[in-house]
Design a protein around this ligand. Sequence first.
Ligand code: NDP
Length: 479
Amino acid sequence: MKKIQNYINGQFLSALSKNYKNNSSPITGKIYSKFPDSDHEDIDKAVMAAKKAFPKWKSLGKKGRYNLLMSLADMLDENFDKFVEAESYDNGKPEWIARSVDIPRVSENFRFFATASLHFSSECHEMDGKAFNYTIREPIGVAGCISPWNLPIYLLTWKIAPALAAGNTVVAKPSEITPMTAYLFSKIVHKSNIPNGVINIVHGLGEKAGEALTKHPDVPVISFTGGSNTGKKININCASLFKKLSLELGGKNPSIIFNDANFNEALNISLKSAFSNQGQICLCGSRIFVQSKIYDKFKTAFVEKTKKLTVGNPKNKVDLGAIVSKAHMNKIINYIQLAQDEGGTILTGGNRIRFEGDLREGYFIEPTVIENLDYKCIVNQEEIFGPVVTIMPFENEDDVIKMANATKYGLSASIFTSNVSKAHRMSSKINSGIIWINSWMMRDLRIPFGGMKDSGIGREGGFNSLRFFTETKNICVKI
Ligand code: NDP
């Protein structure tokens, strides 16, 4: 059976404890590889390597790092198909999604941030001829990067790339649930000219390896993407050590459809926003609010379209693949049950799907639409992170703003209307870090990406990431 290894200081290593954990594919439910059950000793070894590699990496300068990162991006592209297959098998997502969304972003992350670092500049504050202040932004040291399982290598490299481009070295901890593409990535790093110790990947459990990284005194900066409860724990760990911290957390995002929206556009986009990647994207629109005049027509069309979505073997051109793990599948099924206990009506879906043959033990769930739930009920408050949406009518702008803002989250929102003034008015009143008008998940890597309230702290993307991964120093020069 394939054994995934840690990658520390240019070497492939098992955990110091020699312990491994099983890794299974959600498509078959079967164990197909093992990953190191690393702990604080492995993290410490990786941090020491990254610390040692830091001065040299920093001294390469922007152009030196740019050259190495661009050539790494080319090598990643040469292995494109391997990544697609591995990501789909490990995570359960349809291969076409890995091919069109996840894997193209891996090399793009490196090219984007390598290039951005060449354009990164700082300010000068002139004091009426008496003095001037120039501000410099220097790399910090060892950056800790922790990522979730929903977009495994896409999100891991979204952190590693800016950390490196800004001149830091990295210790990264991928999700234990989807470790395979991070391992493939380390194999390619190994063949590249990136010096040993600059990129270290340590596999293992969040509460063990992940926590050790957040508590390590020689890791002054942590970038984390994951659930809000985990984010809260990490926030506490980092606070006492005064670490720089970026938290990209959960969402319970509203899709708001007004009477005057382009009906088909709103229908197709909100469907995509509900069920893409099995509903396992932090940006998914999981609460759909439809204005009362078109509510019945929209609901009927949405349910019809949902029924036509295909679920099945991720190798085929299906709309939905498998849910990432058994535990997560059961969590989603429990929420569907809770929705019924809370008075909801299942309009379509609601069940696990059992296929014949190799997929029999796979974790597949029907895309599910639920009606008749109060906007304050648990199912409308907590992040389900699966192919489950609720649909609710609203009367007017005030009504829907109240409902849309009524959760602890504030990551993203989509607003569908043909009235430009209304779109701007609504945008100013929705408490989310990201708002899409008549669209969803149109991503520009330069924009500030992140959420309000329990959806996170800080913004990533473009120069925001480079500012995050650097320390600011102001120098005042008397004239
Ligand atoms: P988790 O919070 O469970 O895990 C995220 C990462 O943190 C994993 O690598 C996990 O390791 C690790 N981890 C777990 N516990 C700790 C700890 N105590 N200290 C340090 N690290 C720890 O999230 P999921 O993997 O379940 O991902 C889903 C969540 O991620 C959803 O809430 C989703 O909304 C959010 N997300 C947010 C995004 C955003 O940009 N705002 C984007 C994508 C997802 P392990 O897997 O081994 O437990």
